[in-house]
Design a protein around this ligand. Structure first.
Ligand code: CAA
Ligand code: NAD
Length: 295
């Protein structure tokens, strides 16, 4: 049984909104911190929309939705997370941004508060180093889309106490998720294997192996993946994938993690994938069509 009652979520983007939704749906008083009122409103709308889909699929009722939304608050002030029992960070994949937020929160939160990061590729130890509570700092890596994906990687870093890991495991179970324990190596279990696969698909496209659509179709129909690699890249976010690949390449100095030039060019051009409306596919069309990126 989890001893946690109040949850703070840093960031109301793709992942922060999903984490907040699942937390509120599981009965926790949940406060999301975003950087502007506009982004707070956008996160609330995304959560309401996802609940509507859950209702449509028979996974929740309108009463569940209303109850969960009544447990959710949005703020632009970090101080509003001071009374949280756990703070789960899901802001942009950037060590400086994450460290700065935790540094401030370390002064504001109580001694028992657990700090958790949803980072995809940074090591937990390097984020925890910004705080005086590395023993109460854990990795808590959710998967996109959070309301649907069952897995959460719980990561014990070099100074994390076993008590903190156990509190984190109990909390993850209380969300109806399946935890696995992972070591604090960049990419943990899933991204260590998934990131080279996604990057390889871009390299295959660059070298003219097949079209975006045919590579996607190949991996769906030939290997049983629910989405092809380009649909998945657009879904994860090309900006986020680029940052993840850079961080993993820097950590391991292995070519298999190096971001391909095409990925970099697309990010520079503002093609972030589904969230910006354009990536490997053009989402202004229904159904989306492959983007003409000249390869
Ligand atoms: N809330 C709750 N449940 C929902 C829901 C919602 N908003 N929307 C859908 N569901 C449920 C559905 O009821 C259905 O459940 P059942 O299987 O019990 O019927 C299930 O979720 C699938 O829903 P759909 O049938 O609508 O969707 P789909 O079949 O088109 O699948 C998908 C959608 C789950 C996203 C699937 O395409 C998929 O698994 N894609 C791959 C996703 C993936 O690989 N994610 C990991 C990305 S990497 C990452 O996250 C780590 C990182 O650090 C980058
Ligand atoms: P996103 O782009 O949807 O959201 C980014 C969030 O960061 C937003 O809330 C934004 O307001 C905030 N942000 C940006 N700059 C900021 C700043 N300077 N100060 C404070 N906040 C700032 O990204 P996302 O996909 O939700 O990713 C968030 C985290 O989750 C990243 O660490 C990412 O690696 C990780 N993650 C992503 C996925 C995925 O599939 N997208 C899966 C698992 C983990």
């Amino acid at each position: 049984m989890s001893d946690i009652k109040r949850v703070g979520v840093l960031g109301g983007g793709l992942m922060g909104s999903g984490i907040a939704q699942v937390s509120a749906a599981s009965g926790y008083t949940t406060t999301v911190r975003e950087v502007s009122d506009e982004l707070c409103a956008r996160s609330r709308a995304a959560i309401a929309k996802s609940f509507d889909k859950a209702i449509e699929k028979g996974k929740a009722t309108a009463t569940d939705k209303d109850a969960a939304l009544s447990r959710l608050a949005f703020t632009t002030s970090l101080a509003d997370l001071a009374s949280a029992d756990i703070v789960i960070e899901a802001v942009v994949e950037d060590l400086g941004v994450k460290s700065e937020m935790f540094r401030e929160l370390d002064e504001l939160c109580g001694a028992e508060t657990i700090f958790a990061s949803n980072t995809s590729s940074l090591t937990i130890a390097e984020i925890a180093a910004a705080t005086g509570r590395a023993d109460r700092f854990v990795g808590m890596h959710f998967f996109n889309p959070v309301p649907v994906m069952k897995l959460v990687e719980v990561v014990r870093a070099i100074k994390t106490s076993e008590t903190t890991v156990e509190r984190a495991l109990a909390f993850v179970a209380s969300l109806g998720k399946e935890p696995i324990r992972a070591r604090d190596n960049s990419g943990f279990v899933v991204n260590l294997l998934l990131v080279p696969y996604m990057i390889d698909a871009i390299r295959a496209l660059e070298s003219g192996v097949a079209s975006i659509q045919d590579i996607d179709k190949g991996m769906m129909l030939g290997a049983g993946y629910p989405m092809g690699p380009f649909t998945l890249l657009d879904f994860v976010g090309l900006d986020t994938t680029y940052k993840i690949a850079e961080i993993m390449y820097d950590e391991y100095r292995e070519q298999r993690y190096a971001p391909p030039p095409l990925l970099k060019r697309m990010v520079i051009a503002g093609m972030y994938g589904k969230k910006s409306g354009l990536g490997f596919y053009d989402y202004s069309k229904n159904p989306p069509v492959p983007n003409d990126i000249g390869v």
